[in-house]
Design a protein around this ligand. Structure first.
Ligand SMILES: C[S@@+](CC[C@H](N)C(=O)[O-])C[C@H]1O[C@@H](n2cnc3c(N)ncnc32)[C@H](O)[C@@H]1O
Length: 250
């Protein structure tokens, strides 16, 4: 615990811009910069998620029935969903699924894009299942492993599964092959193993596979300097909203 706190203090002292954005950066400001859309449009779309009659209800039901946990939709969920509604990606690739809450938000965005706007899209996920806690990954979560007998993404409602493909294994082995097979990625999301080497490996692997204008989104970007070093190395403008780092490939 102490080591983690010291690590965070050291990181934020060395990166004052990220510190301010992490504390005060707003998701609506980031989305409007990325998509050049008014903030009001972001607010409208992020709000759709809460208003959906099935989504929040089914996630809450799945959590309370399986692990007796309460589930509440928060700003991060609205952010992920709004990115999909605004960007209309055809292909999303993510690493790190765990229960599947963010995956469900991506899939709900794809579902609404298809049913309301006629734009089809799919999500490919890679996850090394956390049957036991994984250091530098799930060990800082409130629950550090999957519920007994459950596979990654167990919380995802059935009506969202047709647009989803899950691959089980280490992304260090799977991402290069699956990424190349998939090609032309519109949005890549990192949320797997948050070591410097692994984050850098995932960013570097997918970068050539991202279309121009595609998004590279990283959760827990502040655990180390990989996100900062990567965006500098590639001369890309990096934006930050709470725990998310985001780069739009120019
Ligand atoms: C922080 S959790 C992901 C949380 C998830 N995105 C959500 O919405 O709650 C990290 C996930 O990455 C997985 N993971 C850890 N190391 C991995 C690796 N080398 N390759 C793929 N997945 C990994 C863990 O098992 C865990 O499911």
């Amino acid at each position: 615990m102490l080591t983690q706190a010291l690590q965070a203090i050291r990181y934020f002292a060395a990166n004052p811009r990220y510190t301010v954005l992490y504390q005060f950066g707003s998701s609506s400001a980031v989305c409007s910069q990325v998509f050049r859309q008014p903030r009001a449009r972001y607010a409208l779309l992020a709000g759709e998620l809460k208003q959906d009659p099935r989504f929040g209800h089914q996630l809450s039901h799945n959590f309370s029935a399986t692990v007796h946990e309460t589930f509440t939709l928060n700003e991060d969920h609205g952010f992920i969903y709004a990115l999909v509604r605004l960007g209309k990606p055809k292909l999303i690739v993510e690493t790190g699924v765990f229960d599947g809450v963010f995956s469900a938000c991506f899939l709900q965005g794809l579902h609404v894009n298809a049913t309301q706007d006629g734009v089809e899209g799919s999500l490919i996920s890679i996850d090394l299942p956390a049957y036991e806690p994984i250091a530098a990954s799930t060990n800082r979560m409130l629950r550090t492993n999957l519920p007994k007998g459950r596979e990654p993404g167990w919380v995802i409602p059935d009506y969202l599964r047709p647009r989803w493909q899950l691959h089980l294994g280490d992304s260090r082995e799977l991402l290069p092959r699956i990424g190349h097979q998939a090609g032309d990625i519109d949005l890549f999301f990192h949320d797997s193993l948050h070591t410097y080497a692994h984050m850098m490996f995932e960013y570097q692997t997918v970068w050539p596979l991202l279309k121009p204008g595609a998004l590279l989104l990283s959760h827990d970007f502040h655990w180390n300097r990989a996100f900062r070093d990567f965006s500098r190395e590639h001369r890309q403008r990096d934006l930050v909203a709470h725990g998310f780092g985001i780069v739009r490939k120019t």
